[in-house]
Every structure is written in structure tokens, then in C-alpha cells.
Design a protein around this ligand. Structure first.
Ligand SMILES: [Zn+2]
Ligand SMILES: [Zn+2]
Length: 992
């Protein structure tokens, strides 16, 4: 087939969808769905805000689909579903983009540039990709109100965030603490537990075992192992376990102390002599020589006298290392706790920027973990140890290490101060409220989400950055603190009209201290942007200053959806904020999607170009095909999906093309103005035709299945039966009804048309949430509407299954289309019919006789006798004259074909072959049944007689003028066709 022709159906799919989009715009259908009466009231949906720092990828498309299907469905169910879009504007993603443009390497350079300018650059970049988003979201067919989107950088939004902060503060849920945190030395900020969890990657580091010489026992060394050699400078103690047995061994005239259990790992060659055995207690209190002297000789160092000794700790194990742990309280949580407990000296030899301080003379100015070569500084430390005789062993060490989720710099564990939300204080309530959240898939509830909630720690909400909501705490040098809960409050205190509360503006606003009359200044930290995303339920409405009643009526949400990674972030923080502020959960139903990977199972990578651009896929196959593909895939149930373009193409065929062909066939007989089907008075339920009855039962079952799966928020389970139904509609109902459509029996013809019409209209409604374009086209066409003049839409229709009472439960819905005994019988019988057909076709295949060749009889074994209306379906489909049931109780069902061909059967076979070829020739030459043609044939003499006898039938069945021996005069590129029959070749040609 020429390339042009091959492409055309696919192109027309995309064009058809564009027509639908134009229609939705012209007729304002989305707004109409919001304005139409909603008997069941509100169905509340919250949209999690994406960053517009790049164009939408498949992950966004997947979550967009969940956020489209459910609201469309609930709208048809009779709810009013607002779909306010949101934009995440603040935080490191935008700051990093601006920093890249500016080429800044650290925070200092931003401060030199001026925060005002930096922030205004950030503001200007927030909307860079908004237009791309609008285009793709619209083309995808997702309905969302992007024109009235909330932005986390809007004054009103930020005002509500301050209100939330103040309310948490008033409840004693916000506090400041000095503790061991993960920081990004490049971004120079602390990160939260979830941000850290995001960036774990396997890297190769250097591990060392250092030698700590005992002061009172020269030549005896305690061995301690570390994977962060750079922290050895800050070492102030060694920790042992009281339950652990230790030994002193002699190796080449030197003495070493390690845990007995780890001896063979530390000395793998076994070349040692055990000299002494110790209990942990024997070692506690012993003093050793510091490895470095930058701090140990500084007399002003607090608690110096308690440093460089052995302490007992319960976190010491013998799983790896030496059973003795090096302690640097400034760089680890356990270390810090032990330091606090024992009043150890505190050495922080690097700054928040990760640079060694000047007093660390041999290393001053070095970066702790340079991005280019993160272990180069450790190499310097190791060289120093080796030169000073304190290195016992070094090795490469591969481990999972956290990195900055934005700039990819290795994080470091660093003691610093931070503001926290006291999540642990409300943990009971968090767990209790989470019990009523319905998850899809269900296992996340107790699994990923439950585990994260159980392990939840206090939330570090302060960041030492610029483009974010400012923390609304003002303080005075006398120690007085004041939290501001609204812009209005700050306006009053400062007698200033305020239009922007970003750091660069709000830091300039001061007021008088109530206590001492001094100046109250804002603390310099800004808020974690998850604090803002978690505030969206109320901040998008500028609650409580505005929309008080509306918010209270719209909280919690009935439905939210995002990727599974959000269980630790958005889902979690929404929940924390809601419980903290309102003692309630934030959402009742939540769907989590998995990750879309490249076809090879690797991460989709722009650089590797290992996946097709979503826009191109949509252009090529249409949005419906992509939607149906993703919606029926396990990615909707939080599993990963390897994206396959081929499967999108297959999805187009199964969900759109086949359906469209069904419609075309229907339309051919119903006509452009389908009077026969429309005017038909007969109620379809009255149709006694077994195919009509069967397809209507199937349709009702489909309605039940799709509805109950949607009620359970299981999208694959909801859409897959639709695809199966389309297949059955095409390959069985329509295939077997074809002759009825053409029939002279007008009553039966109209019953077939009316049934098909009813099925197509209901199917369009069921498909509307999933594949809104084809649903719209189909519904309009079958209904006889058109896109240019009518304002009706399938999306304004009522869902085919309504519970008997408003707001009643799924269970009730099931009852509506219950199966009667008679219905069940029809289903069973039809499934027997299809089974027999399947066996019969397989046997024809095995003996190599095409279905076009009629056979005399078929025997069916091991199956119950069916009455004639079913038998007729089988004999017609299998092209067999008679069917008989035998051996009913045979264990295995089977069929037996009589494959002997009588002369009469042969003639019938020949006739069908010829008719088929003639019709094909007509089609290939662009001729319709209205074009009268003469058919010529050339055949061996022995077939002449047979051909002459079937000629009249061929003429009438192909609407030909004549069927005669000869060759058509070659014209207009007409071709001929060769038919092989019983070892002979017949050639046919046409002449108009
Ligand atoms: Zn960073
Ligand atoms: Zn004061």
C-alpha cells in the first residue's frame, strides 16, 4: 500500500480530535459541565501544583489522566467538580535555573548580586513553560481551570501560609532546635527528611581505618573505621559497646585494639597474636592522642578536658568496621546525641558552604565533597594520616549516599539550627486520621504511606534561601519574638501598604519591640516549599480572610492524585498540615501512579532520547489512544510501565479504529439521517433476536463493571472491559448481524439498527471519562448532532448507572442491572456458541480449508444441545450446512468437521471465492455497488461448465451486468485478479 494511504486513518484521528477540541471551545462545554445542575452537590478535588520548570513529561500526563477521568465521571454522576489548577513557584527548582543562567557558584555570589534582583529573576522565570503546559494539557483532553490557577507566589496565597504558620505556632507545634541535619553545601541550606530520601544514589567513597594511639600505652592503637575521612578532623571521642568483647593483638611489634568478632575482617591474613581480652567497660575512659591538633590545643575549646577519650554508646555494633566508632558530634546524629550526653567538645571545622575553615591549616579552603571529584579531599586527609603514621588501612567503599535533589551535590550531615514542625507531637492523631483514607492501590495505605507516617520525624521547615515564603517570625536583640499571622497585621505594625512579602521586601520591614522598645527584625530563614503545597487546600481560597464558608464546605477533598513518590511529600505534608491545623485528614480518596520508563526499562532521559516526545505521540495516534493505553496499564496502580509506542498504536486500533469502523458500518445502513433507527418505536428490550438480547445483557454488565471499578478508583479495571466489549461488539454482534442490516425483513433490520444505536450511545457515555474525543464524536454522530451548530455534548449527559438514592453506595449500583435467570442462560449459551465456533475454525485451519468453502456438516461432542437460533449462528459463522450434537456427556468438548467436498459444495466454494475477488476488485478500483460493471473471466476448460451454472448467482450477488469469458479492455489502470481453486487458476477482470 502506498505510504500516503497507510498514514491517512491515523492522521484523520488527530484531525477528528482537533475538531472536537474546537467544538468544546466554541460551545464552552467544560464551563457548561460546571454550570449544569448538580443534584448530588460538590465533589471536591484538589490539584497538586506542578513546577513549570520544564515541559510536561509522561509522569505529568499520567497523573493528569487520573485527575481528568475521576472528575469527568463524577460530573456525569451528578456532582459539581471544580478543577482549579495550581502552580508551584518557589524553591530550589527555580532558583537553580536562575543560578545556572547567572553562572553563580555559591550563595555569596547571589548576595553580592542582591536578593531583590535574584528574586525578580526567579519571578520572571516561573512562567517560562506555562504556555507549553497549557497546550499539552488541553490537547490531552484534560479539563482544568488553568485561567484561574493559584500560584504559591501570590500575595493572597502567601498570606494564608502565614496564617497557617501562626496557627501552628499558637498550638506549640513550631520550635527551633540545633541538631544534626542534612545540608547541601552548594545550596547552603538544610533539607527535610523527604528531600534527603529523594536523592540516595550508590557512589564509591574511600573508607579508612585510623590508628588512635593510647596516651598511657605508647605503641598500642585503637582502630576505628569511617567512610567519611574528612570528619576525622572533628573527632573528639571513640565509642565502644558495653556488650562487645574486645581484644588487643600484636602484629609486627605493634599493638591494636578491635572487637574480637571482627578480628578476621580487620586482619584477613590471620597474622596476629591475641595479647589481652577486654570487656567494653575495661576500655571506657581511656585517653588517646588526637589525630590532628587544630582544635585539641585550643585552650578556649569548651569541654576540652572531656575530649579524646573512650565512651560507651548503645549504637555501636559489630556488623562492619572494627567495633569502635569514631565520634564527631558536629557531623552525625548519634555523634551529636553522644556529645550532648557526655558534654563532649564540639568541633565544626567546615562551614555550611562545605569549605574547610582557616584554622584547619593543612586543608583550609578545600571543599569537603567537590562535585567533580567527591573523594579528592578525602584523599588529602588519607595522605596526611599516612604521613603521620596514623593510617592503618584504606579501601574503596561503595554505598548509598544522599545527594541534593536539585543540584546533585553530595549532602553532608551537619549540626545546625533549624525550625521544625513538631510532627511527633501529633503522630497519634496523624495515624488515627489516616485510617479513614482510601488508597488506590490499597496496599499503599499500610505500606509506603503507613510506614512513612510511623517513622515520621519532626519536619524541618526552614531554608536558608531566597525565593520562597518568608518565615513570619520577627525578633529583637532582647530575645522577644513575634509571629505575624497575616499581611494586614504587618501593615498595621509597620504602617506600610504591603504588596509583596518575599524576603527581599519583607526583610526591610521592622517595628518596635513591645518589651524593650528596640527594633524587631525578621529572622532570615524562608519556608520549605512543601509547607506551601501542603497549604493549598485553604491558601488557594485565601482562607480565612476570604471564602471562609466555601473552604469549610470543601474540606477535606474527596479526591487527590499524584505519583507514588508523593507519599513522602505532598500526600504526607497535606496530611500533616490538615491534622495540625484542623485535626482532620486532608483527603478521603487518593490515587497514586507509578513511573513511566523508557521501553528498555531505563529511566526516560532527554539526553539519551530513549523515548518518543508526548506531543508527537499525540499527533500521531491521538490523545484517546495514549489515554486508553496509559489508563489500562499498571502505571495507574502505582507500578512502573515501560512505555511502548507500538502499544499506543495497538491501543488506537482496539479502542478507536475498531469502534469507528463499527460506527461507519452502522451509519452506512442507518443513513446520515438515521430515520429507521430513530423512528423505530420498538423498545429494544422487546427484540427477541438472540444477538440483540445478548449484546444488551453484555452492555449492562459492562456498565456495572466500569461503574464499580470507578467507584473503587481502579482505572485499569474500569477501562479494560470497555476495550473487550468493543471487540465483542465488532467480532461477534456486528459480524453476525451484518446480514440483518442488509435484510429485506425491515422489522428485523430496524431492530438491529436500533440495538446498535442504543449500544453506541451508552458506550459513548461509558467511554467519555476515559477517551473523551472518540466518545464525543461517536455520540454526536449517532445522535445526529453536528459540531458546528449544536451545543449538546456527551460530557453533559448523565452516567448510565445512577444509584437509586442520591449519594448512596456502590453496592446499590450493582443491583440495578442484575442478571435474570434468562439473561444468564443467554450468556452461557452464547459462550458455548463461541466456543464451538472457535473449535470449528481451529479445525478448518488444521485441514487447510478456508471458511469460504462451505462444508456439509459438523458434529459437536461434550456440549449441551443448543436450540436453533444458536445453531444458526454457528453454521453461518462456520459456513457449514448442518450441525448435530452427539455424545453429550463426553468429558472433553470437541467438534468434528465433515471435510469431504461434493461437487455441489465445490461449486458453492468457487462461487464465494469469485464474489469475494470481484468485490475486492471493485474496491481497489474505487467502484461502488452503484457502478455497474461487466465481469470477465478466464479459466481452464474443465471449470467452464461449473462457471456457467453459477453465473446467474454471481451476477445477482455482485450487482454485475454480466459474467462472461474474456478479458476486460485495459483502461484506467484496472487490474485483474487471480484465484486459485482446487489446483486451477481463474483470472477475473472488470469493465465499467
Ligand atoms: Zn543543592
Ligand atoms: Zn526587645
Amino acid at each position: 500500500m502506498p505510504e500516503e494511504q497507510k498514514k491517512s486513518p491515523i492522521e484523520s484521528v488527530s484531525q477528528r480530535e482537533e475538531t472536537v477540541l474546537k467544538f468544546w471551545d466554541r460551545a464552552d462545554i467544560f464551563n457548561k459541565t460546571l454550570q449544569q445542575s448538580a443534584p448530588h452537590g460538590e465533589y471536591v478535588f484538589y490539584d497538586g501544583p506542578p513546577f513549570a520548570t520544564g515541559t510536561p513529561h509522561y509522569g505529568h500526563i499520567v497523573s493528569s489522566l487520573m485527575k481528568d477521568v475521576i472528575p469527568r465521571y463524577q460530573t456525569m454522576r451528578g456532582y459539581h467538580v471544580e478543577r482549579k489548577w495550581g502552580w508551584d513557584c518557589h524553591g530550589l527548582p527555580i532558583e537553580n535555573i536562575v543560578e545556572k543562567e547567572l553562572g553563580t557558584k555559591n550563595k555569596k555570589e547571589i548576595e553580592d548580586l542582591g536578593i531583590t534582583q535574584f528574586n525578580s529573576l526567579c519571578r520572571s522565570r516561573v512562567s517560562t513553560y506555562v504556555d507549553d503546559w497549557k497546550k499539552i494539557i488541553k490537547r490531552l483532553g484534560r479539563w482544568a481551570d488553568m485561567d484561574h490557577a493559584y500560584k504559591t507566589m501570590d500575595l493572597n496565597f502567601m498570606d494564608s501560609v502565614w496564617w497557617a504558620f501562626k496557627r501552628l505556632w499558637d498550638q506549640g507545634l513550631i520550635y527551633k532546635d540545633y541538631r544534626s541535619m542534612h545540608i547541601c553545601p552548594r545550596c547552603e541550606t538544610t533539607l527535610s527528611q523527604s528531600e534527603v530520601a529523594e536523592g540516595y544514589r550508590d557512589i564509591k567513597d574511600l573508607s579508612v581505618i585510623a590508628k588512635f594511639e593510647l596516651i598511657d600505652e605508647a605503641g598500642t592503637y585503637i582502630l576505628a573505621w569511617t567512610t567519611t575521612p574528612w570528619t576525622l578532623i572533628a573527632n573528639v571521642a571513640l565509642a565502644i559497646g558495653l556488650e562487645i568483647k574486645y581484644v588487643k593483638v600484636e602484629v609486627d611489634d605493634a599493638f591494636y585494639i578491635v572487637a574480637q568478632e571482627l578480628l578476621d575482617q580487620v586482619f584477613p591474613d590471620g597474622n596476629y597474636q591475641i595479647v589481652t581480652e577486654y570487656q567494653g567497660t575495661d576500655l571506657v575512659g581511656r585517653v588517646y592522642k588526637p589525630l590532628f591538633n587544630y582544635y585539641s590545643e585550643d585552650k578556649s575549646l569548651q569541654n576540652r578536658e572531656r575530649g579524646w577519650k573512650i565512651y560507651a554508646a548503645d549504637f555501636v555494633t559489630t556488623t562492619e568496621g572494627t567495633g569502635i566508632v569514631h565520634i564527631a558530634p558536629a557531623f552525625g546524629e548519634d555523634d551529636m546525641d553522644l556529645g550532648k550526653k557526655n558534654n563532649l567538645p564540639f568541633i565544626q571545622h567546615i562551614g555550611l558552604d562545605g569549605v574547610f575553615k582557616p584554622e584547619v591549616k593543612d586543608f583550609s579552603g578545600l571543599q569537603v565533597k567537590p562535585v567533580a571529584d567527591h573523594s579528592s579531599t578525602d584523599v588529602e586527609i588519607i595522605k596526611y594520616l599516612a604521613a603521620h603514621g596514623t593510617l592503618f588501612y584504606k579501601a574503596k567503599y561503595e554505598h548509598s549516599y544522599p545527594h541534593c535533589w536539585r543540584c546533585d551535590t553530595p549532602l553532608i550531615n551537619y549540626a545546625t539550627s533549624s525550625w521544625f514542625v513538631g510532627v511527633s507531637k501529633i503522630k497519634e492523631q496523624l495515624l488515627k486520621s489516616a485510617k479513614n483514607i482510601n488508597w488506590s492501590p490499597a496496599y499503599i495505605k499500610e505500606g509506603r504511606f503507613g510506614n512513612w507516617l510511623n517513622g515520621a520525624r519532626d519536619w524541618s521547615i526552614s531554608r536558608q534561601r531566597f525565593w520562597a515564603s518568608a518565615i513570619p517570625i520577627w525578633q529583637c536583640s532582647c530575645g522577644e519574638q513575634k509571629v505575624i499571622g497575616s499581611v494586614a497585621e504587618l501593615e498595621k505594625l509597620t504602617a506600610t501598604k504591603i504588596t509583596d512579602i518575599h524576603k527581599d521586601k519583607v526583610d526591610l520591614l521592622t517595628f518596635k519591640c513591645d518589651k524593650c522598645g528596640g527594633e524587631m527584625k525578621r529572622i532570615s530563614d524562608v519556608l520549605d516549599c512543601w509547607f506551601e503545597s501542603a497549604s493549598m487546600p485553604f491558601a488557594q481560597l485565601h482562607y480565612p480572610t476570604e471564602n471562609k464558608a466555601k473552604f469549610e464546605h470543601n474540606f477535606p477533598a474527596q479526591f487527590i492524585a499524584e505519583g507514588i513518590d508523593q507519599t513522602r511529600t505532598w500526600f504526607y505534608y497535606l496530611h500533616v498540615m490538615a491534622v495540625g491545623l484542623f485535626k482532620k485528614r486532608a483527603f478521603s480518596n487518593v490515587m497514586a501512579n507509578g513511573i513511566v520508563l523508557a521501553l528498555d526499562g531505563k529511566k526516560m532521559s532527554k539526553r539519551l532520547q530513549n523515548y518518543p516526545d508526548p506531543s508527537l505521540i499525540i499527533e500521531k495516534y491521538g490523545s484517546d489512544a495514549l489515554r486508553a493505553y496509559l489508563l489500562s496499564s499498571p502505571v495507574m496502580q502505582a507500578e512502573n510501565l515501560n512505555f511502548s509506542e507500538k502499544d499506543v498504536q495497538e491501543s488506537l486500533r482496539k479502542n478507536v479504529m475498531i469502534l469507528w469502523n463499527i460506527y461507519k458500518f452502522y451509519q452506512m445502513f442507518a443513513g446520515e439521517n438515521p430515520a429507521s433507527a430513530t423512528n423505530l418505536k420498538a423498545n429494544n428490550t422487546e427484540s427477541k433476536n438472540i444477538l440483540d438480547r445478548w449484546i444488551i445483557i453484555k452492555l449492562n454488565l459492562l456498565i456495572n463493571q466500569t461503574t464499580s471499578a470507578l467507584e473503587a478508583y481502579n482505572l485499569p479495571k474500569a477501562i479494560r472491559p470497555i476495550t473487550e466489549f468493543i471487540d465483542e461488539l465488532s467480532t461477534w454482534y456486528l459480524r453476525r448481524s451484518r446480514d440483518r442490516f442488509k435484510s429485506d425483513n425491515l422489522v428485523d433490520r430496524d431492530l438491529a439498527l436500533a440495538t446498535t444505536k442504543r449500544v453506541l450511545i451508552t458506550l459513548a457515555k461509558l467511554m467519555a471519562p476515559f477517551t473523551p474525543f472518540i466518545a464525543e464524536s461517536l455520540w454526536q454522530k449517532v445522535k445526529g448532532f453536528n459540531f458546528t451548530n449544536d451545543d449538546r455534548s456527551v460530557h453533559l449527559e448523565t452516567w448510565p448507572l445512577q444509584p437509586s438514592k442520591a449519594k448512596s453506595l456502590v453496592q446499590q449500583a450493582f443491583k440495578i442491572f442484575g442478571l435474570g435467570r434468562e439473561d444468564q442462560k443467554i450468556l452461557n449459551n452464547m459462550s458455548s456458541v463461541r466456543r464451538i465456533v472457535e473449535l470449528g475454525l481451529a479445525q478448518r485451519d488444521a485441514v487447510g480449508i478456508k471458511t469460504r468453502q462451505m462444508l456439509a456438516s459438523i458434529k459437536v461432542r461434550g456440549m449441551a444441545i443448543l436450540d436453533s437460533k444458536y445453531v444458526d449462528l454457528i453454521t453461518a459463522e462456520l459456513n457449514i450446512q448442518t450441525l448435530s450434537f452427539t455424545d453429550l456427556l463426553a468429558e472433553k468438548s470437541s467438534v468434528e468437521l465433515d471435510t469431504v467436498l461434493s461437487p455441489e459444495l465445490k461449486r458453492q466454494g468457487l462461487k464465494r471465492e469469485l464474489i469475494r475477488s470481484i468485490n475486492l476488485l471493485r474496491k481497489e478500483n474505487g467502484l461502488t455497488l452503484q457502478d455497474r460493471v461487466t465481469v470477465y473471466y478466464q479459466a481452464p476448460a474443465q471449470l467452464d461448465q461449473a462457471l456457467k451454472t453459477i453465473a446467474p448467482e454471481i451476477i445477482s450477488d455482485t450487482l454485475a451486468l454480466d459474467f462472461i469469458a474474456g478479458i476486460a479492455l485495459s483502461q484506467n489502470g484496472q487490474t485483474k485478479k487471480e484465484i486459485k481453486f482446487a489446483g486451477q487458476v481463474i483470472t477475473v477482470s472488470l469493465q465499467k
